[in-house]
Write a protein that binds this ligand. Structure first.
Ligand SMILES: Nc1nc2c(ncn2[C@@H]2O[C@H](COP(=O)(O)OP(=O)(O)OP(=O)(O)O)[C@@H](O)[C@H]2O)c(=O)[nH]1
Ligand SMILES: [Mg+2]
Length: 359
């Protein structure tokens, strides 16, 4: 699962990237086309708790990848391959600058998160418009000239794409249009940028109180759809990310910070993908696995290993809360809270699962 950073030049994308991924990519470069990628562990209290219960040799959390591209916006980028990279991601993390700085003055002369959000969105909408218009022209030619049968599913695709054009021309995102899951599936191959779920991250600078009054208005400015808004003191957190764990704790106590904003940003970006986690536990490894919500047990088994799906016999399932309350798989079985489920069982977020298989 990959999440791509977007935002105006100099809004702090690379700084946010460094904070989330504990990386040291150079900031303030305005270097066009430079690409940073990193894999990040998704914090999950449930896994921490399970790991404390089982003391396994290894604990493996869920992961997401972040992609940071410099210079992804603007007239030049619209033509270049840079935006193409962003089309392949599953979600956008849209950084909006809220910090004031004399050293790095805002390129527009003043700090205005709503204006910046709209400007970036309009830019992404324009990039989508180019893709949509090209496809509409082609479909019109093929379907109308070729007198395609009315049952051809491409008619729906054409209708859908045509309906986006007015919104995109006004700089509005496709995700605000309330598409059905079926329509979203039709669009998937195009990687339309404004159709992707979006986490808006206000880069507050060193004063997080700046953001409090801004999150609501930004949410409203976004026009709705699969959107979340949160804040991050990006530079401060990127500096904390460079420290050793014990030093970091010390600094956090000094600064009066209880928890890192980065954990919340990572958790939110994961949640917005509408994925769920199930867990496997044991002395050897406690591990979080990622699946799409509603996936049947046989598919969940296949995420662990194809043999488990092929030779699937059954799944033994305990709810997270029940496992914690009873203290272990054996205890859960004795207490009667361990269920036996078949291939079609839709795995629930937080399920602890043990698959039995035979190949
Ligand atoms: N004062 C202050 N400066 C910040 C903060 N976050 C980022 N900056 C500075 O703003 C400048 C731009 O930050 P970057 O992270 O490079 O921004 P970017 O969006 O990656 O920029 P491009 O990739 O060039 O588009 C850098 O000099 C940062 O040090 C912040 O929270 N407070
Ligand atoms: Mg950058």
């Amino acid at each position: 699962m990959e999440i791509g950073l977007a935002g105006l030049p100099g809004c702090g994308k690379t700084t946010v990237f460094n904070a989330l991924a504990e990386q040291h990519a150079e900031v303030g470069g305005f270097g066009a086309g430079e690409i940073h990628r990193a894999t990040v562990r998704v914090p999950d209290e449930r896994l921490t708790r399970l790991s404390a219960m089982f003391s396994p040799r290894k604990t493996t959390p869920a992961e997401v990848r972040y992609l940071d591209i410099a210079g992804a916006l603007g007239a030049e980028a619209r033509q270049s391959a840079v935006l193409g990279q962003l089309r392949n991601v599953d979600e956008l993390l849209h950084v909006v600058r809220a910090f004031e700085s004399d050293v790095h003055p805002h390129p527009r002369g003043s700090v205005d998160p709503r204006r910046d959000y709209r400007e970036t969105t309009a830019e992404l909408a324009l990039a989508d418009l180019i893709v949509v218009e090209r496809r509409v022209e082609r479909l019109q030619r093929e379907l109308r000239m070729g007198k395609a049968a009315s049952s051809n599913p491409q008619w729906r695709e054409l209708e859908l794409l045509e309906s986006f054009i007015p919104a995109l021309q006004e700089g509005r995102a496709i995700r605000t249009l309330g598409l059905s899951p079926a329509d979203r599936r039709i669009l998937r191959p195009y990687g339309l940028l404004t159709e992707k779920p979006e986490l808006i991250v206000l880069n507050t600078g060193d004063d997080p109180s700046l953001a409090r009054g801004l999150e609501g208005p930004l949410q409203a400015a976004s026009g709705g759809g699969p959107i979340r808004v949160c804040s991050l003191a990006a530079r401060l957190e990127s500096e904390l990310a460079e420290l050793r764990e014990d030093e970091r704790r010390e600094f956090m106590v000094d600064l009066g910070i209880e928890e890192l904003g980065r954990d919340r940003v990572i958790a939110l970006s994961y949640q917005l993908l509408d994925l769920i986690s199930f867990f496997t536990v044991g002395d050897d490894e406690c591990r979080a696995w990622t699946i799409e919500r509603g996936s049947p047990a046989v598919d969940a088994a296949g995420v662990i290993h194809s043999d488990l799906a092929r030779g699937f016999i059954r799944g033994e399932v305990v709810r997270y809360e029940d496992l914690v309350a009873t203290g272990g798989m054996t205890e859960a079985r004795r207490a009667g809270v361990l269920r036996v489920e078949g291939k079609a069982y839709p795995v629930q977020d937080g399920d602890i699962v043990h698959f039995l298989f035979n190949v």
